[in-house]
Design a protein around this ligand. Structure first.
Ligand SMILES: [Zn+2]
Length: 726
């Protein structure tokens, strides 16, 4: 048995559908649809509980998130300094809602928001609050920010959690902003001074300096403290509320955002039975497809048997920088639903989110229902399944921290996004793989993609080298492996032997993705027919637009260079737009055995400039790397995001139709159908395709099987289709 077969069989054997064992599983494995009415201080006098119970039923939710305490308490707490909601007037609104939800058979998650308080609290416990270097407290509007290293987190909040458990027995807890001050703000309170001294034997860092050992120790110490808070809260809720009473801080699907908040997503997922995502709507730069990607990223850490519900805004949330939220205005339903469908395709559980319990814009009440009812009808196919992908896109939070530093959006997010966008455009299934999990997960992959993953530890590089030794392919770009796990430059790429190329400068790739310049790449004529699909589609051109700059680098013998660099030349006026140096030997793409290395950061360029040639080149390279191991082929017009899964003896294919009139500017107000799509899918061992059926259209799809591939047509897709093959 090959390792691959072994993995496939192991996966098939371990899978049970939710319906099979629902009765034996705790709530965090079975509550697949969630709802949240995020209570405002005004709501205690106008919360129509019977109406909301009806809404819970209409949307078929199985769990609710109910505001309990923290910044504002919605119950009569015995802690006088926990500020009561202004209009609470002694009412136990939280307790009434928890009882109603329990009576309706829903899981109840009590919501905390624990990072700031009103002024009276600050006056009473000044030493529990975060301080600037001047000694002034950190403030957020009229509130005061509490310090994660103070007794507020060690003693006070655990006591509040116990009080809530004693009063209403929630099934678990959520916390909205649990991780304290973000990375940009150093706390100089007396607790931090003392604890950091005990930990590091040093004074707190004076200011941000990524090259300073004390600052680095401070970063790591901060991460550690958030995990301690996570563990303390879980010990507290489990000991007071039973083993299944788990505490879950909210997390983001963006690693850059997690880094800013000292939330180590890999460590958090390793200790989580369920992950709550706060990731409410698309941005115009990342699109709906980013939610499918977020699902793959978190399930790569959590495992695919656990749940990751995500708060999804039904109100007007911003989709571009500088735009504001309209908390009380309904988002166009097609826009809100498309975000939900992308999340579901990526393995995320839907969770509707209204701000406030009373709305004069009642249109939002009709948005969740169709998606949630469809989800209920088919939920056994939407959980407990394994992605089928032969490509792993490598990422790590340390790379975001120490390679990305203050430019993670450009150095880390941009190349990752460019690479995955190119895969999505080309309808190539992939999953995200953490750099620490390469050895664990490598068996399923034919190729690993390393989009400018500058910071890699020696151990991570060893696992990549082992992967290639066993026959795997690589596509690496830019600065990959030039820096160690602290972001310090190595003398050369740690993977130089695989690349067949050597770094031209110690800071190569760190400034690569700046403003685009008028440069090009030249195709090497002699290699056109020797490099398989790499230059496919470029038969009628000798050059491609680039946008970056490159320096010469030393190559090992035997490498092939299908693309070289053409240095920048003027754009304006047109009379000057001619190449000063039409040809150089500076390599832009290096092929070495089964390894493709792109000194030209085409992934970042595509993320930034959206040039079709860049997407084509990346897709070509992935086809070259994967060879005949591509498990899916979808033909026909449209921008379709494809997610392929295996569940026992069947395949499940999500096709999300992202071709819409608002692709260029949110929101979508009208879906536009596409089709037919011609689908070919490779049948893994143990899957015998007898039929195909659409879970959205309800239609059976005539299917033929040839040489281990199933072929069928999807006639038309409006928003999405999910095809069962088996
Ligand atoms: Zn502090």
């Amino acid at each position: 048995m090959t390792r691959r077969n072994f993995v496939e069989l192991a996966v098939a054997g371990s899978m049970v559908t939710a319906a099979d064992t629902a009765s034996n599983l705790p709530w965090y494995r079975t509550a697949l649809r969630w709802g949240q009415t995020n209570i405002t201080e005004r709501d205690p006098v106008r919360y129509d509980i019977p109406w909301w119970r009806e809404y819970w039923k209409r949307t078929a939710i199985q769990g609710v998130i109910i505001n309990a305490g923290g910044i504002v308490a919605y119950y009569p707490s015995k802690f006088p300094l926990q500020q009561r909601a202004e209009f609470l007037n002694g009412r136990d609104l939280y307790g009434e809602l928890a009882a109603a939800a329990h009576a309706d058979g829903l899981a109840v998650v009590a919501r905390m928001d624990s990072n700031r308080t009103a002024e009276d609290f600050f006056q009473a416990h000044g030493d529990w609050f975060a301080r600037q270097k001047s000694g002034e407290p950190y403030r957020a509007a009229d509130k005061y920010v509490t310090c994660v290293n103070s007794p507020y987190y060690d003693d006070y909040l655990p006591a509040v959690l116990k009080e809530i458990i004693d009063r209403s027995h929630p099934d678990g807890f959520a916390d909205n902003s649990w991780s304290g001050l973000p990375r940009e703000s150093i706390c100089y309170c007396e607790n931090c001074v003392r604890k950091f001294k005990d930990h590091a034997g040093e004074l707190l860092p004076d200011h941000k300096d990524w090259n300073n050992q004390v600052y680095r120790k401070w970063i790591e110490w901060n991460y550690q403290r958030r995990l301690e808070v996570w563990d303390l809260n879980n010990r507290t809720t489990k000991s007071a509320g039973g083993q299944h009473c788990i505490w879950m801080g909210m997390n983001s699907g963006s690693i850059t955002s997690e880094s800013h908040s000292f939330r180590d997503l890999k460590e958090i997922c390793a200790r989580s039975e369920m992950l709550l995502l706060d990731h409410q709507s698309r941005t115009e730069t990342t699109g709906f497809q980013q939610n499918g990607d977020a699902g793959k990223l978190v399930h790569g850490l959590l495992g695919w048997d656990k749940l990751a519900p995500e708060s999804m805004a039904l109100y007007q949330a911003p989709s571009r920088a500088g735009q504001i939220s309209f908390r009380l205005a309904a988002k166009p339903p097609d826009e809100a639903q498309m975000w939900m469908l992308e999340g579901i395709a990526g393995g995320i559980q839907p969770w509707w989110h209204h701000v406030g319990a009373y709305h004069e814009d009642r249109r939002a009440y009709h948005t969740a229902e169709p998606v949630f009812r469809w989800h209920k009808e088919h939920d056994r196919y939407l959980v407990n399944r394994q992605p089928v992908a032969t490509i792993g896109v490598v990422w790590s939070q340390r790379n975001t921290d120490y390679f990305g530093r203050d430019e993670a959006a450009t150095l880390v997010d941009l190349p990752y996004r460019g690479m995955t966008e190119a895969l999505i455009k080309a309808r190539i299934p992939y999953v995200s793989v953490n750099a620490d999990h390469i050895a664990r997960d490598a068996g399923q992959f034919r190729a690993l993609l390393l989009p400018n993953v500058g910071a890699l530890s020696d151990a991570q590089c060893t696992s990549i080298r082992d992967f290639v030794k066993k026959g795997g392919s690589l596509l690496a770009t830019g600065a990959t492996s030039l820096y160690d796990e602290w972001g310090d430059s190595r003398k050369d790429f740690a993977l130089a032997d695989l690349f067949g190329a050597h770094a031209p400068a110690p800071d190569f790739g760190r400034h690569a993705a700046a403003q685009s310049v008028h440069s090009y790449l030249r195709l090497t004529p002699a290699l056109r027919t020797r490099v398989g699909p790499v230059l496919r589609g470029f038969e009628e051109t000798d050059i491609l637009p680039f946008g970056g700059t490159l320096e010469n680098m030393r190559l090992d013998p035997g490498t092939l260079v299908p693309l070289t660099f053409i240095p920048p030349f003027p754009i304006y006026p047109p009379e000057t737009a001619w190449m000063r140096t039409p040809k150089t030997d500076v390599p832009a793409l290096v092929l070495n055995g089964r390894v493709a290395y792109l000194p030209a950061e085409i992934d970042s360029r595509y993320g930034r400039d959206n040039l079709a040639d860049h997407a084509q080149l990346l897709a070509n390279l992935v086809h070259w790397a994967v060879g005949d191991a591509m498990p899916l082929e979808v033909r026909g017009p449209g921008f379709i995001d494809c997610h392929l899964y295996r569940q026992n003896a069947r395949l499940i294919l999500h096709l999300i139709n992202l071709s819409n009139e608002a692709a260029w500017r949110a929101p979508i107000e009208e879906w536009i159908s596409v089709g037919p799509l011609h689908v070919r899918v490779k049948l893994p061992q143990g899957v015998h395709a007898a039929s195909a059926r659409g879970l959205v259209s309800g239609a059976p799809m005539p299917l033929t099987v040839t040489d281990g591939w199933a072929t069928f047509d999807v006639k038309s897709i409006r928003d999405h289709e999910v095809v069962l093959v088996g």
